[in-house]
Design a protein around this ligand. Structure first.
Ligand code: NAP
Length: 244
């Protein structure tokens, strides 16, 4: 079985992706909350024992080296995929946003994914195949007030996606970004409390609804599978038409 690393598997998209891809891949899930790790282990165990769930913060470069790299080395012949999903938001106007806050968002959403890709690309090269899927956002290509740090991090991630394609497509490696619109992950219940903001998101979404947390599974299956082998360097919206 091919080995795929998924980050941010504790909640939201990451958890759904972990559960949705667990039949076809050997998964290494990473998330930082111990309770989330434990509940995911319990949920997955009856069906499978070959997956691994690691409790670590992806911005902790030392923990990535000491915990993840040995497991990659053990599975080196089958290391195949990376889904950079873990991400954080920071809702703050530009003038009150500090440089440290922008850096913190970029540490999680941009630098940690680049670090993980740099660790995994050598395995992909020696296995003559590999897939990177970066979970970006519609805000990499559009704008909303008070989300500048987030938008900068996701636009950077899309730039990284294209750069990996330029350097590694000839080695049988693909790298794509998925750009979700507004979807029902862990920030949804809080968002609902601000009815004006919520109505705005519905008005701007041609589908007239928020997406489900499970609605990235299909596109990830495509990008990881043989049918997605010629999709490379793309930024693919999964947004109910927001960017149209
Ligand atoms: N939901 C949407 O509408 C939407 C739209 C566009 C893009 N996205 C993107 O989709 C991705 C997933 O978002 P989501 O909405 O599913 O978020 P979520 O429900 O908050 O889940 C994110 C998961 O990632 C984990 N995580 C965050 N930072 C981490 C770190 N430094 N190290 C390890 N794990 C970390 C979180 O752990 P904790 O709970 O412990 O923080 C949580 O388990 C993000 O990249 C986000 O930007 C989401």
């Amino acid at each position: 079985m091919k080995t795929v690393v998924i980050t941010g598997v504790g909640k939201g998209f990451g958890r759904e992706l972990f559960l949705g891809l667990s039949r076809n891949y050997k998964l290494i899930g990473i998330t930082r909350n111990e309770d989330d790790c434990e509940s995911l282990r319990k949920e997955i165990e009856p069906e499978s024992t070959h997956h691994e769930i690691m409790c670590l913060d992806i911005t902790d470069l030392g923990a990535i080296e000491s915990k993840l790299l040995p497991v990659l080395e053990e599975n080196k012949g089958s290391v195949y995929g990376l889904i950079n999903n873990a991400g954080v938001r920071c809702r703050k106007g530009m003038l009150s946003l500090s440089l440290d806050e922008i850096k913190n968002v970029c540490e999680v959403n941009l630098f940690a994914p680049i670090n993980l890709a740099k660790h995994m690309l050598p395995y992909f090269v020696s296995n003559n195949s590999g897939r990177i899927v970066n979970i970006s956002s519609i805000l990499s290509q559009s704008s909303l007030p008070e989300l500048s740090a987030y938008a900068v991090s996701k636009a950077g991630l899309d730039g990284f996606t294209r750069s990996v394609t330029a350097e590694f497509a000839s080695a049988g490696i693909t790298c794509n970004s998925i750009l979700p619109g507004f979807c029902k992950t862990s920030y949804y219940p809080n968002f609902l409390k601000n009815s004006e903001l919520y109505e705005m998101t519905l008005d701007k979404t041609p589908a007239g609804r928020w997406g489900e947390a499970s609605e990235l599974i299909g596109v990830c299956e495509l990008l990881l599978g043989q049918n997605g082998a010629y999709i490379n360097g793309a930024s693919i919206p999964v947004d109910g038409g927001w960017l149209s």
